[in-house]
Design a protein around this ligand. Structure first.
Ligand code: ZN
Ligand code: ZN
Length: 277
């Protein structure tokens, strides 16, 4: 099926996501992470994501600084949720342990913990996820960068990130070897994954895997799975400019998310909007 290629996304939306992605961590990226032989074995043989072996303990001041920046960006671009943001700010007294603990549980995808927290404090769960996701991103990227030389990602073969265990937000078919690289929505790590399998549920039944191509633009596709109703955006580098930044490409192609969701497909991976649909 062909979908229209010229869908205009309001500039305010693009600017908002760009601003969220502009936040970076000032933590030393040359942190020393050295995996043991046993950990490498667990990673290779049992597909244990590397986050399990990393002491993910970002500096409290750094978390607070990024938290402040993200809240401010949301207030500037989405003043309509200022009440929700102020409530989150008030609850997450940055001097106590809440924020770091909450962030850790969020990164570990402990949904029960987050849900209980939201109910107990009567705060908006979607906005809290948006905040936590965008605070976690730059912090986790530092760890992902520090660990990437320790083990290869080409044998990982899972639909979740080898570093943090989150799902991908965008796939890139590499120009060089036609491999499909998935890009983690949270830590930006890229790893190879089978071309003909659903990135959400790993379904390989070809009769239930389809794609929408974009009219007049062969480079972009939305790959969908009728089994789990999941989708992923795909960029084919041989038909487009080389993808320098998957994060930027993800923002540039928000219109594909809108089309996929209008067609009833779900992005279970958490994207820049910080919540699973
Ligand atoms: Zn990741
Ligand atoms: Zn699926």
């Amino acid at each position: 099926m062909k979908i229209p290629g010229k869908v205009m996304i309001p500039k305010e939306i693009i600017d908002f996501y760009k601003a969220l992605n502009s936040t970076s961590s000032q933590t030393e990226s040359s942190m020393d992470i050295c995996l043991t032989g046993e950990q490498k074995e667990l990673y290779n043989d049992q597909k244990v994501p590397l986050l399990n072996f990393i002491d993910f303990m970002p500096d409290r001041d750094e978390i607070n600084r990024i938290f402040g920046e993200i809240c401010q960006i949301i207030l500037t671009h989405r003043p309509q949720v200022s009440v929700e943001i102020e409530k989150i700010r008030a609850e997450l007294d940055v001097e106590n342990r809440d924020l770091r603990l909450l962030l850790e549980q969020f990164v570990w995808q402990n949904e029960t913990y987050i849900e209980d927290y939201v109910i107990e404090r009567e705060i908006n769960g979607e906005i809290l996820s948006l905040v936590l996701f965008n605070v976690a991103k730059p912090l986790l990227k530092v760890y992902a960068d520090a660990i990437k030389s320790q083990v290869p990602y080409d044998q990982w073969a899972q639909n979740t990130c080898p570093v943090c265990g989150w799902k991908a937000s965008i796939a890139v078919i590499s120009k060089q070897d036609k491999q499909r690289l998935l890009h983690c929505s949270l830590c930006d790590t890229a790893w190879s994954f089978k071309t003909m399998a659903c990135t959400q549920c790993s379904n390989e039944d070809h009769s239930t895997l389809k794609y929408f191509s974009v009219e007049d633009d062969e480079a972009y596709r939305i790959n969908v799975c009728e089994k789990c109703r999941g989708y992923i955006k795909t960029v084919d580098e041989s038909k487009a400019a080389l993808v320098k930044s998957a994060v930027e490409e993800d923002v540039r192609t928000i219109y594909l998310d809108i089309i996929a969701q209008q067609e009833g497909y779900l992005k279970t991976a958490i994207s820049s909007d910080g919540h699973s649909n």
